[in-house]
Each structure stands twice: as C-alpha cells, then as structure tokens.
Write a protein that binds this ligand. Structure first.
Ligand SMILES: Cc1cc2nc3c(=O)[nH]c(=O)nc-3n(C[C@H](O)[C@H](O)[C@H](O)COP(=O)(O)OP(=O)(O)OC[C@H]3O[C@@H](n4cnc5c(N)ncnc54)[C@H](O)[C@@H]3O)c2cc1C
Length: 540
C-alpha cells in the first residue's frame, strides 16, 4: 500500500468524494484504486469561509510501483510505513530473576510496566498514591470541600497527573519507531474511543481515562506484574563501585521497609519534589531545567468557536474549537497558550499544603460552557533561578504560596477580570464570564502572585491575542492563578543507555525526569525505558 497525505475535502463532503479525490490526486482511473483506508483526519480552518478536512489515507493500487515512480518527488506520496511494534527482547521461558521496579503509575510508569510485563519480566509498580477510584474521591475532596490529601490528588495516584485532564494525546517528539501508535493502540484496547487512532488532535477526556488505566492494570497483573499503592519511595540504597561510580541496590519506602532492586524506572512526575530533594542529597546527577509559569484564562467556548470557525461554529465534525497562541514580547519573554482545554474546566492541581496551583481538564464531549488554557511565560535557570538544581522548585513554591494567600488561604484561587488586569486595578466582581475553578475563586489582583516580567508580558500579549481571536482580551474574560507546574523544574540526567549518568541501575524517565511533556510523550518514554531495562536484564 501507499500512504497519501494532505488530501483536502470540503467539510460536508459525501463519502464517495474520497475515492474520487484520491484518483484525481494521483491521476488514476477509478478501477486502478483497489481500496483505501483513512489513517488520519484533521481540519484546515485558516479560511473560515471554506474550512476543509485534511486526510492521510493508505491506498491499495493496481500498479503501485508506477505511481510511486510518477510521484517520486512528492513528499505526500510514499510507501506505507511499517508501524507495527516489535519487542527488542523477551524474558527466557520460566525467567525468575530479580524483578524490575517501576516507581510511578502515571503514563510513563504505566507503559514502562506494560512493556516489561509484555516482555515477561513481571514488574513491581510502586505509587505513593491510591488506586484510581479511591484517588478520584480524594481529588473531589479538594474540589468540593477544600480538603487536600498530599498523597492522593490531581498529581499523585493511579494514572498519574494526566488522569484528571483533557486527555489530549499529541506531542512533537520525533518517533521513528511509531511508538506513539503502540500507545494509542494499547489505549484503544483498554477502551479508548477508536477515533484517537485517526484524529489529528485526539483526546480521551477524564472519565474514560479512569476506566482505561484500570483495564491496563488488570492486563499488567494478568501478565504477572504487581501494583503496590501508597508505597512512597523515600530513599535509595547505593553501593559505591571500584571506579567510584554508584550502583543502585534497593529502595527505602516511607514506612521504613526496604525493597531490593537492581533495575528501577524512576517515573515520578513533575511534582515529586521530596523525591527530587532526596535524589539531590544522594548525589544523583541532575540539573535545573526551563519551564513556564502564568495563569489559566477562561472564555465562553462559543466565543472561541465563532472566532475559529465562523459560521461553521458548532459543526459536529469540528467540535469545540481549540487554539494555540504565542507572542514574543519587547521584554524578551515569550507568552504562549499551554494545554488548552476546549469545553472544559480549570482544576485545583496542587499537591502541597498551603499552595494553590491551576491546570485544566475536560470530558471526552468537551461540552462544558467555558474554554480554558494556560497563559504562560517561559523561564529558565540562568535568568530566573540560578541557585542550583532545585532552585526552580523554590520559585514554584514561592508563587504557589503567594496564590494561596491571595486566594484567602482556603485553597480558593486568586482570579481577576482581564479588563481589571489591563487597567491595573484589583477585581471585586465578575462580568459575564463565570470561572470554573473549584472549590472557588477570590476576585483580587493577580499582580500579587506573579513576577513583574510575567505581568508585563501579559499586558503586551493580551491585546495582540485579541486581534488573533476576537474577544480574547474581552474585559470579562477571567484569569485564575497560578499555573506553575507546566513541566518539570529539573532534569535527572541519563546516558544513551537511559540509565542515570552516575547511578547504575537507575532509569530516570518521563516528565519528572525532564524527558517528556504530556501524556503521549511520557508514555513513549516509558516504552523506551521499559525496553532498556528488559534488554539489560536479558543481557544478564
Ligand atoms: C490537570 C492536568 C491536566 C493535564 N492535561 C493533559 C492533557 O490533556 N494532555 C497531555 O498530554 N498532558 C496533560 N497533562 C500533563 C500530563 O498529565 C503529564 O505530562 C504526564 O502525566 C506525565 O506522566 P509521567 O508518568 O511522567 O508522570 P505523572 O503522570 O506525574 O506520574 C507520576 C506518578 O509517580 C508517583 N510518585 C511520585 N513520587 C513518588 C514516590 N516518591 N514514590 C512512589 N510514587 C511516586 C505519583 O503518585 C504519580 O502517580 C496534564 C496534567 C495535569 C496535572
């Protein structure tokens, strides 16, 4: 088969228009097209009056070599790639060696565990949080009663940070082995909607994610894997080698127990601050890493649909409109939209007492009233937190505490109308946009919760974004703060074998280690690290 991409068709095209379009594009007679299958669908809404669907299709032709030769210079016509996943190693029959350990049951740990289980290595997966249904109750405890459980919340527990999310499944990592396809296929096998395999911007939504991680857990347990909940790793047992390097020999848990281990995947996510502090104390090589801070901004979804799709707003094929914005400011900073959630809500994403953090989520339907997105500014260690590998954590904690106080010290979040923000005055009341953050917001002045260079950059960017998306800078649009956990503030450095640079047997992985950003790239990194551990064990 050949793969044909960039095939454009009108929004409401009939099914039979597809084969006709393929034949026209490739200069074929109808009889020369034997079969076709859609592998990807996106939309091109740059011209709102003529929105088009953009397809990638695999086609079976009567004479593929001839067509390939005719389109040799055309990047949109090529042989269909082999996207099937292949295991790099398998455990020998009856293998009974020391089981690998995976710390963290987020997307990275989940896929590292799944791959190790499918390879036959019966991994043990530890997580400081709880099983997903229990964790959901605790998370709602914060959202409904302002009661935070520091071990069981939006950041910690089965499924990791991404469980209460929009479940957007796309990333920009290079993926020559199509590991992203493996992730999506495993998600569909676990109950995700089939369209995630073909949508250009697939998403799953929270409720579906919950049942999917449960199904994947049962699959891993069925292959001999094991989960241990409320098992927080608090320390490492390291052995100095002759050449001065260190080798991991085991893990100490919060309850004082010890687990012997030679191969450990450390997939603890971007909020595992005590673990980063422990790794630093233990001399594990790590460095501070750039990330971004800001707020969440909300508008009625209908405003965004109108701005993006014009008269096609609300069209079932298009769904709730998303946006992606960026502006380079005069002060050298870049403001950009982050983790935009169409038809969703802003959520309380803190994991530490006395701190307020925002993020966003939506259900598969994306049918809630508001659109929300992170509005953030990039910061980096050299310019903003030069004080060592953990300095970014200190900066996050500082502004999260300021937000806690500005919100009234009750896990309410500080919020401000865009009009008041641009007018340099605190907000005292809402306009027509109602913020969705629970347990609630306190209308105030966000300049108490963010550094001046961020505020300055927002003042410049908002009117610019208002010209790109009508009403983006509407006075009643609401900003809720603070968005500080956009990615990990540290990188736990690893070598080409994916082991820590100076601790053999430790495999830093996923978002927390600074090697992923988002569900899909974390899962892909989990597969890579799971494979590396499996190959190392198989090599003995
Ligand atoms: C509210 C929200 C919405 C999001 N929406 C999206 C989205 O729509 N699309 C997207 O691509 N990304 C989204 N993200 C980001 C995405 O969730 C993360 O990038 C992804 O989950 C990272 O995966 P991970 O496995 O590396 O780490 P995590 O998912 O953070 O998982 C780490 C796990 O490690 C456990 N852990 C931590 N420390 C220890 C310890 N010491 N001992 C034992 N266990 C420990 C934690 O309990 C946690 O379960 C969202 C994040 C949040 C918070």
């Amino acid at each position: 088969m050949l793969r044909l991409s960039g095939l454009k068709l009108p929004l409401d095209h009939p099914a039979e228009a597809m084969p006709a379009a393929i034949c026209a594009r490739l200069g074929l007679e109808p009889g020369e097209l034997l079969s076709h299958v859609v592998v990807r669908r996106g939309n091109d809404a740059r011209r709102r009056s003529a929105i088009q669907l953009v397809y990638t299709v695999d086609v079976e032709l009567s004479d593929e070599p001839a067509v390939l030769a005719r389109f040799a210079k055309d990047h949109d016509v090529r042989p269909r790639p082999d996207t099937d996943y292949k295991f790099p190693a398998k455990a020998p029959e009856g293998w009974s060696g020391k089981r690998p350990i995976v710390i963290g049951a987020g997307p990275c740990g989940l896929f590292a565990g799944l791959i190790l289980a499918q390879m036959g290595f019966r991994p043990i997966i530890l997580d400081r949080g709880k099983v997903v249904r229990e964790r959901t109750k605790d998370t709602w405890g914060l959202w409904r009663r302002a009661e935070l459980n520091p071990d069981s919340n939006v950041q910690f527990g089965e499924g990791g940070a991404g469980t209460f999310s929009d479940g957007k499944l796309y990333c920009r990592v290079k993926d020559p082995r199509f590991l992203g396809r493996k992730v999506l296929e495993e998600f569909v096998a676990a109950g995700a909607p089939e369209d995630i395999l073909t949508e250009a911007h697939p998403h799953i939504g929270t409720f579906r994610l919950v049942s999917m991680v449960e199904t994947m857990r049962r699959q891993i347990e069925g292959l001999g894997g094991e989960y241990r909940w409320q098992h927080r790793v608090d320390d490492l047992e390291l052995e100095r080698q002759g050449d001065g390097a260190q080798r991991l020999r085991g893990l100490y848990l919060a309850d004082g127990s010890f687990i012997e281990a030679d191969h450990v995947v450390m997939a603890v996510g971007h909020s595992a601050r005590p673990t980063f502090e422990m790794l630093h104390r233990r001399g594990v090589h790590m460095e501070a890493k750039p990330f971004s801070i800001g707020v969440r901004i909300e508008h009625p979804q209908s405003w965004v649909d109108r701005a993006r799709y014009g008269n096609c707003a609300g069209h079932p094929v298009l769904g709730a409109a998303a946006y992606s914005l960026a502006h380079h400011c005069a002060n050298g900073r870049t403001v950009y939209s982050f983790c935009m959630c169409p038809g969703g809500r802003v959520v309380a994403a803190t994991s530490e007492e006395g701190r307020v953090v925002t993020n966003g989520m939506s259900q598969y339907s994306r049918a809630e009233f508001n659109a929300n997105s992170g509005l953030v500014v990039g910061i980096d260690p050299e310019r903003d937190y030069p004080g060592g590998p953990l300095a970014g954590i200190d900066l996050q904690r500082h502004w999260e505490s300021m937000a806690f106080v500005a919100g009234g010290s009750s896990y309410h979040a500080p919020a401000q109308r865009v009009g008041d923000f641009l007018g340099n005055r605190p907000s005292t009341e809402l306009g027509e946009v109602v913020p969705s953050y629970k347990p609630g917001v306190t209308m105030t002045d966000l300049s108490r919760c963010l550094p001046e260079f961020v505020l300055e950059a927002f003042r410049e960017a908002l009117p610019v974004f208002g010209r790109q998306i009508a009403n983006y800078d509407h006075p009643d649009a609401v900003m809720t703060g603070v968005e500080t956990r956009t990615s990990s503030p540290v990188r736990i450095t690893r070598g080409a074998d994916l082991q820590s640079l100076n601790v053999t047997g430790l495999y830093p992985a996923g978002e927390g280690a600074g090697y992923a950003g988002g569900i899909l790239s974390a899962a892909i990194d989990g597969i890579k690290v799971g494979e590396a551990v499996g190959v190392a064990i198989a090599a003995g």
